[in-house]
Design a protein around this ligand. Structure first.
Ligand SMILES: Cc1cc2nc3c(=O)[nH]c(=O)nc-3n(C[C@H](O)[C@H](O)[C@H](O)COP(=O)(O)OP(=O)(O)OC[C@H]3O[C@@H](n4cnc5c(N)ncnc54)[C@H](O)[C@@H]3O)c2cc1C
Length: 492
């Protein structure tokens, strides 16, 4: 602690990225305080109870922190060894399981190329993982030694990937998911099942440019097609919160920051909604960039061009989550189950979102944990053209159940209770501006050195001592923790 401030660092938001940043700083012996507006920690990575025997990962479905973060922070989280099934529902009941044996029922040729596709995707995910661990330079500004070193590592990783993999990786990023899967497969069923991963969580259809990148992004986060660690979200963020405290850090819940105090273009502390002021040498915000910069800092403190860029960040939440507590007779198999019968079906589901409508024939992804069935519903746009989320929540719930019941006839009668989370709930309860899962869409003009905005990709802001460390910055999106850790590296 210096300058007589209360803390060395205040971290806004106890999502996994805020907790990762706080744990690394506390491990260095720094005096840190995490402030969380909700009554519980975890942000989107959280397990909540909605009634007796109705406990569920309410938002995020499954994934794991980077293994090096788990090691550094000595988190009691076992390495992920499971390889859950990924199943694509078919109207005739001839469901596709994404492995060579099952694919053979749809195409001998596709089954023969499955291994090659897996190798390409795993290699691409490794390269992306290194890119996410690298602090991006503030192009076109000069960059410092830390960014330069990271870039060298990234360049080396690309070089080591070999000419063919490197080129294939780079050219697949701007491709559409459809184009990418068509390079490998001929069966519409196989193509659509794989391409669905490219639109999961994004307001994009599989014919949209850049869904090649998002396909690799989601593959990297899951370690393949299916979610891992389903039902264990709370364990990840509890382990992180315990680590923060064990290293001497403090966490306060029900402590909403209403503004960041700025004097002479320098962040000095925060003001809470109850009026309390707390000072710190540095402020790291794991809340999304729009919320942090437009609401907590405010446009008076920031250059007009910067403000314009922040206002232009594309936040386009368009998903809802439906949790069903059942008596266990739902009939849905274990693993990650998708309703993605064809590329055209997925693109048409997305078409609705373009016009501010809820997809009547949605892309669904279903995961079960015990007796609870969780349905990820796309597309349910935050900004509805002719309605609002006060009335549409029940409609989405009904649509999801009716659609699924066509495949699982026992589902309807097995439901005991339901809890639906709309894009508006994601904003109001979980603090996600416009219900955007990743604090900003992962698109070609919002990634690498353009995340969150061009020229400000190294966690810094025009306000001295104010840093961004959540999913809206490079390395973010998903639950790797890279954004939180990278932000701490730039502080040194
Ligand atoms: C429905 C949904 C499903 C998802 N599924 C997956 C998935 O399966 N796999 C995957 O890899 N990723 C998934 N994601 C994305 C992933 O969960 C997020 O990218 C990640 O959890 C974000 O972590 P974070 O720490 O950056 O931010 P968050 O988890 O959003 O945490 C930010 C925290 O800041 C707090 N906060 C905001 N403003 C303030 C304030 N003014 N004062 C105090 N506190 C504040 C919020 O309450 C919140 O706790 C999903 C996201 C959603 C919403």
């Amino acid at each position: 602690m210096t300058n007589h401030h209360d803390y060395y660092a205040i971290i806004i938001g106890a999502g996994h990225n805020g907790l990762v940043a706080a744990a690394y700083l506390a491990r260095q012996g720094k005096k840190v305080l995490v402030l969380e507006r909700r009554a519980i920690v975890g942000g989107s990575v959280v397990t909540e109870s909605f009634g007796d025997d109705f406990s569920v990962d309410s938002v995020f479905t499954g994934g794991a922190l980077r293994p090096d973060i788990v090691r550094d922070l000595k988190l009691p989280l076992p390495a992920v060894k499971e390889k859950p099934a990924f199943i694509s529902l078919q109207p005739d009941g001839n469901h596709l399981m994404l492995n060579a044996e099952s694919i053979r029922r749809f195409s001998e040729k596709d089954a023969a190329r499955w291994g090659e596709f897996l190798r390409f995707m795993n290699r691409s995910a490794e390269i992306l993982d290194v890119a996410y661990a690298t602090i991006m330079p503030r192009l076109p500004m000069n960059f410092g030694i830390r960014e330069g070193y990271g870039l060298l590592e990234l360049g080396l990783e690309l070089r080591l990937a070999g000419r063919k993999d490197m080129l294939n990786f780079i050219r697949s990023l701007p491709m559409t998911a459809q184009e990418l899967v068509e390079e490998y497969f001929e069966s519409e069923t196989v193509k659509a099942a794989v391409a669905s991963l490219g639109i999961h969580g994004f307001t994009l259809g599989p014919m949209g440019a850049g869904t090649g990148y998002t396909l690799i992004h989601n593959w990297m986060n899951r370690g393949g097609l299916a979610h891992v660690n389903v039902g264990k979200a709370g364990e990840i963020t509890s382990a992180l919160a315990n680590a923060v405290k064990a290293f001497g850090g403090e966490i306060r819940t029900e402590a909403e920051v209403s503004s960041i105090k700025v004097e002479n273009q320098t962040a000095k502390g925060v003001v809470l909604t109850n009026g309390e002021e707390i000072s710190a040498d540095v402020i790291l915000s794991a809340a999304d960039p729009k919320h942090t910069l437009l609401k907590l800092v405010g446009s008076r403190e920031l250059p007009p061009e910067f403000i314009w860029h922040v206002q232009s960040i594309k936040m386009r939440g368009s998903m809802a989550k439906i949790h069903l507590q059942t008596d266990g007779r739902h009939g849905i198999p274990d693993g990650t189950v998708v309703l993605a019968p064809s590329i055209n079906y997925l693109e048409k589901a997305y078409d609705a979102a373009k016009y501010g409508e809820i997809s009547k024939n949605p892309y669904l992804e279903i995961n079960t944990s015990g007796n609870v069935v969780s349905v990820h519903f796309q597309f349910a746009p935050y900004a509805l053209k002719n309605s609002n989320w006060k009335v549409e929540g029940l409609e989405v719930e009904k649509l999801a159940i009716d659609t699924l019941a066509e495949y699982f006839p026992n589902l309807q009668s097995s439901i005991k209770a339901a809890k639906t989370i709309t894009p508006k709930n994601l904003e109001e309860i979980y603090g996600l501006t416009e219900g955007d899962l990743n604090h900003g869409q992962l698109m070609l003009d919002q990634f690498l050195f353009m995340r969150p905005i061009p020229g400000w990709s190294n966690h810094k802001t025009p306000i001295d001592n104010l840093y961004l460390c959540g999913s809206g910055v490079h390395g973010g999106g998903g639950v790797s923790g890279a954004a939180g850790r990278n932000a701490v590296k730039i502080l040194k």
